[in-house]
Design a protein around this ligand. Structure first.
Ligand SMILES: [Zn+2]
Ligand SMILES: [Zn+2]
Length: 543
C-alpha cells in the first residue's frame, strides 16, 4: 500500500496542524450571502472545517470554530436571480440594507441566511456564524482598519506585485458606507482625518457628502481577509480554487499578513467547486447567478451524511458535478456501499481505497457511526414504494412492502425505522420533482382499449400467462419472479424487450418503468394479476 493510502487526507492535514504544537486553534471559513447558499459552498467553507474541528478536539485541542458571514458586502446579484430592475435599484448597496426581493424577510441577508441557520446543525456543521457588519464594530477591527489605512502605501506595493495588482497611487484600502443610501461599493473618499479616525466621503449613488467612522467601512476584500485573520486570530482556513493559483489572492494575502502584521498566515488547503447538471449541461454553481442546488433542497431529497460522504471520500481538489436527476440515487447507493464496507460486509473494488472509504464514512457521520449495520433499502426502490403506499407518513406500509419484495427479513430497531421514514419522504420528493419519468408509478386499474390494440394477440397471450403465474404467487424473491417472467415471455417466442414492454403497458400504461419484478411484489402479485385479468377479459368479450 502506498504511503498516501495510510491515512485519509483530512487526517494527514490534521497531523500537520498537530505538529505545530499549538494547544488552541481557531478555524474559520467564509460565507458570502450573494444569493442562496448552495451545497457546493458548504464543502470547503464549513463541512471540511467541521471534520477538522472534530479531529482536533479528539486530539485534546481547544478549538474555536467560526464562519464569517459577509453581511457588509455590496449587492452583486445577477439577472438569473433577481429582475434587472431590482439590480439597477440596489446594486452596490450593503446587502444588510437591501430589502428582501420576495418581501418575506426583513432584508436580503435574512432571506438567504435563514435556511442556513435552520439546517446547519442537521449537516453536523460546528461553526458559529459571525457577521462582518458586527465584526467591523469591534474595537480590534477598528484598530486594524486604522492600521491598514496608515500602512496603505506599503500594502499597495505588496499587492501590486501580484496578479491583478494594479492599484494606483493614493489607493485607499477601505470604502465608507454611505449613511444615506447604504452604498458601500462606489463611495469616494474626499479626506481622511487619522487623528479623529473620520473619513469624509461623497456618494455618487445618492449625492450625499458625509463623514464615516472607521467602523462604518468595508475593507477591500484582500485587505479584509487579512484583517479578519488578525482580529479573529485565525489558525486554519481553507480556500476555494479561485484563490489558490500561484501568485493568486491567497498568496498575496499571506504575504500581506507576514509583511504588514508580522504574523504567520493560517494553514489550509484549496478545494474545488461543485457544478450543477442542468438540462444535460454542466454549470458552475453560483449564488449571485442563481445557479444553485441549495442546502435545503438537498435535505428534501437526501440524507446529509450522504452528501458529506461524497465530499470526504473525494479529494478536496477533485471537481464534482451534481446531477439532481441521477446523482441523488447514485450517491445514496455509494453511501450504502461504504456502509457495508465499513461494517465488513463487502470488500471495496479497489483494496487501496478501504481506509479512505472507512474514514469518509466516519466523517460523514460526525464520528458517530451507527452501533450496527443499519437496514438498507435501495433508494430507487423506496422511490417506487413511496408512490404505492397510501401516504409517505405510513412507514408501516412501506415496511410491509419491503417484506413483500424480500428486502426486509429481520425486525427493525426504532432508529432504523426512523431513518427509513426520513428516507422514504426524501425518495418520494425526489421522484416527484427530479426523477426520470421511468420511475413514476401510477398503476392502471382499468383496461384501456387503446393499449389492448397496441399489444395485440401475442400480448394478450402473455398477459394471460402472467396472470396465471401471479394469481397464486407467494414468493418474496424478485430474482426468481424475474426468471419466471423471462421464461413466460420466451415460451411465447417473444423477445424480452417486447415482452416487458407489453407488461409495462398493461400495468403502467407506458412502455417502461422501474424494475418489474420488485414492482409487482411491492404492489402485490394478486393485484397485478387482477389488472392483467381485466385485459384478458376485455380481449375475450369486449368492454
Ligand atoms: Zn424572504
Ligand atoms: Zn449614498
Amino acid at each position: 500500500m502506498s504511503r498516501q493510502g495510510i491515512k485519509h487526507w483530512l487526517d494527514r492535514f490534521v497531523d500537520r496542524l498537530l505538529a505545530t504544537g499549538k494547544k488552541r486553534f481557531v478555524i474559520s471559513g467564509g460565507m458570502a450571502i450573494s444569493g442562496p447558499i448552495h451545497i457546493g459552498k458548504l464543502r470547503g467553507e464549513v463541512i471540511y472545517p467541521s471534520g477538522i474541528a472534530r479531529a482536533l478536539r479528539r486530539a485534546g485541542k481547544e478549538v474555536r470554530h467560526i464562519v464569517v458571514v459577509y453581511t457588509q458586502d455590496p449587492l452583486k446579484a445577477k439577472e438569473r436571480l433577481v429582475p434587472r430592475s431590482f439590480i439597477n435599484e440596489w446594486s452596490g448597496v450593503r446587502i444588510l440594507d437591501v430589502p428582501d426581493p420576495w418581501g418575506c424577510h426583513e432584508n436580503w441577508v435574512e432571506h438567504f441566511f435563514e435556511p442556513y441557520m435552520k439546517h446547519y446543525e442537521e449537516y453536523g456543521i460546528t461553526a458559529t456564524p459571525i457577521m462582518t457588519h458586527e465584526i467591523y464594530k469591534d474595537r480590534r477591527m477598528v484598530e486594524t482598519v486604522r492600521f491598514f489605512i496608515k500602512n496603505r502605501e506599503r500594502a499597495r506595493e505588496i499587492l501590486n506585485r501580484y496578479k491583478g495588482g494594479k492599484l494606483g497611487p493614493g489607493w485607499f484600502p477601505v470604502r465608507p458606507l454611505c449613511k444615506k443610501c447604504g452604498n458601500i461599493r462606489t463611495t469616494k473618499i474626499l479626506d481622511y482625518d487619522g487623528e479623529k479616525g473620520l473619513i469624509r466621503y461623497m456618494c455618487p449613488r445618492c449625492g450625499h457628502v458625509g463623514e464615516a467612522r472607521l467602523s462604518d467601512v468595508k475593507l477591500e476584500w484582500r485587505a479584509e481577509w487579512v484583517a479578519l485573520w488578525n482580529v479573529l486570530e485565525v489558525d486554519v482556513e481553507l480556500y476555494g480554487k479561485d484563490h489558490a493559483a500561484a501568485g493568486g489572492s491567497r498568496d498575496s494575502c499571506n504575504e500581506l499578513y507576514r509583511k504588514l502584521f508580522g504574523k504567520e498566515p493560517p494553514m489550509g488547503f484549496p478545494f474545488e467547486w461543485v457544478s450543477l447538471k442542468v438540462d444535460g449541461r454542466s454549470l458552475e454553481m453560483s449564488s449571485s447567478g442563481g445557479i444553485v442546488f441549495t442546502m435545503d433542497e438537498w435535505l428534501e431529497v437526501g440524507l446529509p451524511e450522504v452528501l458529506k460522504y461524497w465530499y470526504y471520500v473525494m479529494r478536496p481538489m477533485s471537481h464534482l458535478e451534481f446531477d439532481p436527476v441521477h446523482g441523488v440515487p447514485h450517491l445514496h447507493e455509494e453511501y450504502s456501499r461504504a456502509e457495508r464496507i465499513y461494517f465488513g460486509l463487502e470488500e471495496p473494488a479497489d483494496p487501496d481505497k478501504i481506509i479512505d472509504i472507512r474514514r469518509a464514512y466516519e466523517l460523514a457521520n460526525d464520528d458517530k457511526v451507527p452501533p450496527k449495520p443499519p437496514f438498507q433499502a435501495p433508494y430507487t426502490l423506496l422511490a417506487v414504494i413511496s408512490q404505492i403506499i397510501p401516504s409517505t407518513e405510513n412507514v408501516d406500509a412501506a415496511i410491509e412492502k419491503l417484506r413483500q419484495t424480500g428486502h426486509l427479513k429481520d425486525e427493525l430497531e426504532e432508529w432504523e425505522v426512523a431513518r427509513l421514514a426520513r428516507l422514504l419522504r426524501k425518495a418520494y420528493t425526489w421522484v416527484k420533482r427530479y426523477a426520470p419519468k421511468h420511475y413514476r408509478v401510477e398503476i392502471r386499474e382499468e383496461a384501456d382499449p387503446a393499449i389492448l390494440e397496441r399489444i395485440g394477440e401475442d400480448g394478450v397471450k402473455l398477459l394471460k400467462e402472467v396472470e396465471t403465474l401471479l394469481k397464486d404467487w407467494e414468493g418474496r424473491d424478485a430474482v426468481k419472479l424475474e426468471e419466471e417472467l423471462y421464461s413466460k415471455i420466451r415460451g411465447l417466442g417473444l423477445s424480452p424487450k417486447k415482452g416487458f414492454r407489453i407488461l409495462y403497458m398493461a400495468i403502467l400504461g407506458r412502455g417502461s418503468g422501474p424494475k418489474l419484478a420488485p414492482l409487482i411484489l411491492a404492489v402485490g402479485p394478486r393485484k397485478i394479476a387482477s389488472i392483467l385479468g381485466r385485459y384478458v377479459e376485455v380481449a375475450a368479450h369486449g368492454l
